[in-house]
Design a protein around this ligand. Structure first.
Ligand code: HEC
Ligand code: HEC
Length: 464
């Protein structure tokens, strides 16, 4: 597993770069809540093919030669996705696929970040809240390049299949080191790769297209079973238009150009079909049905206008809530709002060719669906709150909290991770809400509930 983690961090090397300073924390108040309209989506894909594509498709386009890794990867077979063929020998978070020149290469896949652990099980589609991007991965990446040089000639087909991946990997590395355990810098990763791609044909350009701010802001990872209800993707609702193009975004890590991208994009119609069918894991404990019924009435009174209704009369209103109303940490929304990635994206292959996706940044956050909420701790976009109980009672939220890092260490009463309040803010799995971007403030909508009412709502949430 340790080896796997450092492999998944294959996304790194040192490079020089210029920086913008930390963005302000602008909070607009001329709007409170907006409804996000739907965009046409491509239907009719094959869910099984979509699941297989995530675990073995060539959407990253390039990677490390499989031959190079084969020995080291042996003894770590896939026990999670139950893949067949060559990928049966590779741990679930990595995939072997063919680069454009036919060379077999390895790279991380969507499940590096989008398969999570809960109560000892790895669940595809659950966000991985145990990822670790606090270490500087540059030494490992440097070693990789040197080792590639020793083993293969620069003109070899192995090097050709590695080259694009290696390039973006190196450009991205300085930007993805985080200062908080579990926080995931995926948006930074995309931003850093797109910074070195020409917008129209996605080919590499040495000159950066824009500047990036000098602070790595990262988030929790949302579960993928919400996609079927959403009209816009991402915590801030920035991802609009065609979802297959948005799902394809991770490709910027290694796809050589827009010709390759056009071929790989087809698989995402199937991925979208898989997401349409993906359901959350059911709550594994007993539920007090009478208490849950009381909770449902309270939920519908206080929460449904933003989070929707569940069960027989299912509805989801797709509400974007302004920073001035939700009052949660504004940095992530501000950061995306100010990033050069927005203009780049909207002038790029992603937005200028059919099917069109585009970025529409907002100073607010989407009120997410709450299906499977029991399994998705920690809470809020920045993962700053360890349990649902603490989320619904803001005075009980810990400023610094430490979980064990074991997914079986789960609190069924508070719904979320068991935690301790440590003596200091450093150490393994210690989350420090005083760091910029990771405040646990805001979302005060549960504060008006009495203790009894809150536990009724929590009982109801177990059933979603
Ligand atoms: C390096 C980790 C990482 C990888 C690899 C990754 N993602 Fe994500 N993904 C994230 C994070 C973090 C977010 C949340 C970003 C946000 O909402 O602003 C996210 C958001 C999403 C969303 C939006 C969900 C929502 O509710 O709005 C979808 C859909 C998604 N990813 C699909 C994929 C697919 C498909 C792949 C593979 C092609 C992939 N991701 C690869 C980390 C990753
Ligand atoms: C005015 C709209 C609004 C109301 C009312 C509201 N919420 Fe929320 N809720 C949000 C928004 C927006 C977020 C995302 C905030 C963020 O991530 O910064 C959120 C996040 C959450 C989350 C965390 C989701 C996650 O995956 O991290 C939970 C749980 C939640 N709300 C439950 C409730 C409950 C229970 C109620 C009723 C007592 C409620 N909310 C009332 C807008 C609302």
């Amino acid at each position: 597993m340790k080896y796997l983690l450092s492999f998944c961090a294959l996304f790194a090397l040192a490079a020089c770069h210029s920086y913008k300073t930390l963005p302000g924390t602008k909070v607009e108040s001329h709007w409170k809540v907006r409804e996000i309209p739907a965009s046409p989506q491509q239907r009719g894909g094959d869910p099984e093919a979509g699941f297989a594509f995530i675990g073995g498709g060539s959407y990253i386009g390039s990677g490390v030669p499989y031959d190079f890794f084969k020995k080291k990867m042996a003894g770590n077979p896939d026990t999670v996705l139950q893949r067949e063929g060559i990928n049966a020998n590779v741990a679930y978070a990595a995939s072997v696929f063919e680069a454009a020149n036919g060379e077999k290469v390895v790279s991380g896949n969507c499940f590096t970040c989008h398969a999570g652990r809960i109560e000892g099980e790895i669940v595809p589609g659950l966000g991985n809240s145990f990822s670790e991007y606090e270490n500087n991965l540059a030494p490992f990446a440097k070693f990789l390049r040197i080792a590639m040089d020793l083993k293969y000639n620069k003109q070899s087909s192995e090097w050709q299949a590695f080259d694009d991946f290696s390039r973006y990997f190196r450009k991205m590395a300085p930007y993805i080191q985080t200062n908080q355990p579990g926080a995931n810098p995926a948006f930074r990763l995309a931003e850093a790769c797109m910074m070195h791609r020409k917008p129209d044909d996605l080919t590499y350009t040495k000159e950066p297209n824009y500047e990036m701010m000098d602070y790595t802001i990262a988030t929790d990872v949302p579960p993928l079973w919400h996609v079927k209800k959403k009209n816009a993707l991402y915590y801030n609702g920035i991802g609009r238009g065609d979802f297959t193009k948005l799902l394809f975004q991770a490709s910027v890590l290694g796809i050589p150009d827009s010709t390759q991208a056009r071929q790989a994009i087809n698989g995402f119609k199937d991925v979208l079909a898989w997401l349409e069918e993906l359901d959350p894991p059911a709550y594994p404990g007993p539920v007090d049905q009478a208490l849950a019924a009381k909770g449902q009435a309270l939920f519908e009174e206080h929460c449904s206008k933003c989070h929707g209704t569940y069960g027989e009369s299912e509805s989801y209103p797709n509400k974007l809530v302004s920073l001035s109303l939700v009052k949660t940490d504004p940095m992530y929304a501000n950061y995306a709002y100010n990033s050069g990635i927005v203009d780049w994206y909207n002038s790029s292959w992603f937005a200028q060719t059919w099917p069109r996706s585009y970025f529409e940044p907002n100073l607010g956050y989407v009120a997410p669906p709450l299906d499977g909420i029991w399994a998705t701790a920690p809470y809020l976009h920045n993962g700053s709150v360890p349990t649902v109980d603490a989320l619904l009672n803001s005075s009980s939220r810990p400023a610094v909290w430490k979980r064990s890092g074991n997914s079986q260490d789960y609190d069924h009463h508070a719904l979320g991770w068991n935690y301790k309040v440590p003596d200091n803010s450093k150490g393994d799995w210690v989350f420090d809400t005083s760091l910029p971007g990771y405040s646990n403030k805001g979302h005060y909508f549960g504060d008006k509930l009495t203790d009894d009412e809150r536990y009724a709502v929590i009982e109801y949430l177990k059933t979603l």
